[in-house]
Design a protein around this ligand. Sequence first.
Ligand code: ZN
Length: 203
Amino acid sequence: MKIFCVGRNYAEHAKELGNDIPEEPVLFMKPKSALLPPNTPFYYPDFTNELHYEAEIVLRVSKNGRHIDPEHAGEYYDAFTIGIDFTARDLQTELKKKGLPWEKAKAWDHSAILGSWVTLTPAISESPIHFSLEKNGEKVQIGNSDAMLFPFNSIVSHISKYFSLNIGDLIYTGTPSGVGECVSGDILEGFYEKNKMFSLEVK
Ligand code: ZN
């Protein structure tokens, strides 16, 4: 199982971190060990002093493929949820400055959070997916799949030029603006419209 992640997929978020608007999807990966298993506490990692939440729509791959056309890409995922791509922002800033890979900032154990899955019906696929993240009951991120620079099908097609997609792979599709720090004791809750998809305490 592979976990793909898209960076800078919302213009407002690219700007808030001082990044250019990308011309093609920015891709990185997390290993399977990055997933926080169900009913497992999430601990603030000891190698960062600037832990950031990034709420994202996550797609679940339902069909094996490679070199997928954007027109057919919709056949390759069947469910979505809201998740968090946790980022050690201080480490990432250091690594970016030195032109080094991001793994230590992004791909560490339990950095990938998943909510409960929603099956993608034609009705859901037709309209934009609205999602949000609350920190301690206050809305800190609001996103909408229509605001993505690269929509789902173009992401899937782009990934499949380089990597086989396999059933069960996950795709974190990027975070909207509003990323920020969290500290021990914070409660993070992800929503798809009014449905709570996960609730996570930072230990
Ligand atoms: Zn992200």
